[in-house]
Design a protein around this ligand. Sequence first.
Ligand code: ADP
Ligand code: MG
Ligand code: MG
Length: 909
Amino acid sequence: MNKKRVYLFGNGDAEGKADMRDLLGGKGANLAEMNLIGLPVPPGFTITTEVCTEYNQLGKNAVIELIKLEVEESIKKIEEATSTKFGDRDNPCLVSVRSGARVSMPGMMDTVLNLGLNDEAVVGIAKKSGNERFAWDSYRRFVQMYSDVVLGMKSNFKSEIGPFEKIIEEVKKIRGVELDTELTLTDLKELVVKFKIAVKKQTGRDFPNSPWEQLWGAICAVFDSWMNERAILYRQMYRIPEEWGTAVNVQAMVFGNMGRTSATGVAFTRDAATGEDIFNGEYLINAQGEDVVAGIRTPQQITIEGSKRWAIQQGVSEEERKVRYPSLEESMPECAKDLIAIQQKLENYFKDMQDLEFTIQDGKLWLLQTRNGKRTGTAMVKIAIDMLKQGIIDEKTVLLRQEPEKLDELLHPVFKRSALASVMPITKGLPASPGAATGKIVFHAEEAEEFVAKGEKVILCRIETSPEDLRGMAVAEGIVTARGGMTSHAAVVARGMGKCCVSAANDLQIDYKSKKMVIGGRVLLKEGDWISLNGSTGLVYAGKIETQEAELNDDFSEIMRLADKYARLEVRANADTPHDAMIARKFGAQGIGLCRTEHMFFEGDKIIAMREMILAKDENGRRYALAKLLPLQRADFIGIFEVMEGLPVTVRLLDPPLHEFVPHDEIGQKEMAQVMGISYEEIHNRVESLLEQNPMLGLRGCRLGNLYPEITEMQTRAILEAALDLKAKGIETYPEIMVPLTGILYEFLAQRKIIDDTAKVIFEERKDKIDYKVGTMIEIPRAALTAHRIATSAEFFSFGTNDLTQMTFGYSRDDVAKFLPMYLEKGILKDDPFAVLDQKGVGQLVELATKRGREVKKELKCGICGEHGGEPRSVKFYEKVGLNYVSCSPFRVPIARLAASQAAIGQNK
Ligand code: ADP
Ligand code: MG
Ligand code: MG
């Protein structure tokens, strides 16, 4: 009964603090902490995230009962602190009602400002402030926001403009004005009336006049918003558990819309796009709340330096800038000074880049939020390394702060220089999120999804984006918006996604209906046309521009050096060609964990010889074809071993079912008939005879090598002769021969014998020898269960978690798409087990096999080479189990190295 559900903050004191974010949400915890460190924060209180869970379990009325007293007491505290009275007609207390989950979910939850206003209080506020326009501007905002958020008047998915915006546009048109700030007092009064009529018409209910009814409506709406579609989608994308819930913050209002001496804005203590240690941000005079990010007016820069840079980018002259877009340092120097001091204090205190929200009411600065700022991958790396150099954080913190997946962005493409030489940009916007992107134009999220489903690359082109566009943004290569700034919805979300974005390309005139856009009145582009964006410069190009891989910078190298310093797990790559091996090495792979020989057979003449081997009548025929394959395969290995000089390379013997290699069409079969000098019918029959009901469980893996030992023999020869050839040239190699799909000890022993016998022959022929290892994949549950038997002969284990997952779950990898999406949607499965290792089941087999194997062979090397090899959460598990290495695709190597270091640091804590 006496569980505390509401926490107060205000006047330099607070019941909560920063490390209580689980209970108070990120916003509430930091509002408390900012109070404690003496920053100017309007007083308020936080209803805990636990109440959100109770709300979902017990329902609205029960929860209101539970917290009623505490909320009423807390409102009294706000009244005392602000010398106002909630519900009073002359001196009303106005509050904001804000959501705030443990981790920030920008744009996901809705905020209601100016709550407490009604037809009487608006008169009181007008009198008290001596500013009637301000009072009515606040009132019309309140009616609009409250109706949107609480009464469900939000514009629906398809229509572009909400009912209230439509009314505003109409009034503006009649008055012949462009900006909200140009609306007169009479206009604002008219808006309130019209808004309320719209509410009554659409909902059938009157707009609530009672502040208490308003307050409870807003509190419940915040709790409800936790379960809205946008929030659910966001949680899915960022793996935020539903159980976390959101807190509700109720806070005394401060007003940025009181006239020329008031303003509202957002700021970053460092550059969220590049990571540079430059304080930056945007603000608007005489504005409130989200005006800055909504792209309603062009926001101004906070610092003079930033303002000048912005003007150059936008082609605004210095005179015009000073008059129309002065920086905060110029327009309100005292407040700017305070803000600069505070941002420094906040960053020093939280020891990370802060994203803050502030409001200036009549010349006084108030802080409304601070949080660790979202940033691009480039900024993530740079900020951490800079802070290390500045002595703010230590090496382990640097590593733990990296989001492994985000490193991907540093590895992302840039435009090919040669391709750029011949194209001219058609317009320029702000460089909102770096990288280069090229794709076909789409204007709506739904179309983006449709195009992408057909295998197309798209660029989402919008006047501005809102959370409804999230799905489209997620699948697009890049995003360009006509309005907004560096902190607009599009910019913030794109940076979070690591996606290229150009915002504020003012030249774009987009017509959603006809699906066309005109650029600077000259160029006309329509849906499906190619467009290219450079999110690092803000330039937009018509047409397709080829992209190329990014070049890795020094900060990145430094992160990788640190990662290797702390990581225990080795990171290898899955690579089948010298080219892939080269990329892997460049990214710091410590060897190749999986070289799939079958991929080599598809190139050039090799496929013909391969088909000849498969379609041969008998062993003699096969040996004849294998003799042709030997030099080709040996050359393949020479190429790879050479690139991987000094590092181990695990080569897997032929694995897939043979029917995958043979032609199933008439033309292909006739060609083979000619090559082999036998009839088409005979070829046709042999191809037919290779078909299996269930090839995944059929004649494949070491079953092939045991049925046709000459294949294993040839491959062993190719591997060891390649190694010997290179040894003769002074190049060190460490070949590891891997037997696929072992299930029974004797299967492995039979293969091992062929390999060792062949090696003996080769070493005698060559009068030279080389060290090699023979090991096996563990990908059949029986192999995992009998690992202690197999380990008596195998020198290493490599867990093939793709097949192991397939066979442990009994899900065919090829058919899983039929039901997996449904399982994920219904929550029967939390993750796709083919993407994230199933630690509870498949992982147990990995752990057990490692343990049993090492019981008979202490030094048994164990690694993983499935798709799961580079998946950060799975890497933590491999660390715990004590594997020696993970192997993943070349581009994931840096991510895996980082994840390995984090796992090691986490393990040692
Ligand atoms: P979000 O989580 O989407 O950032 P917030 O709760 O931070 O939403 O609210 C959005 C904006 O509303 C804030 O950035 C701030 O400008 C404004 N705001 C919120 N509470 C207040 C308040 N008490 N006084 C003045 N402005 C406020
Ligand atoms: Mg917001
Ligand atoms: Mg905010």
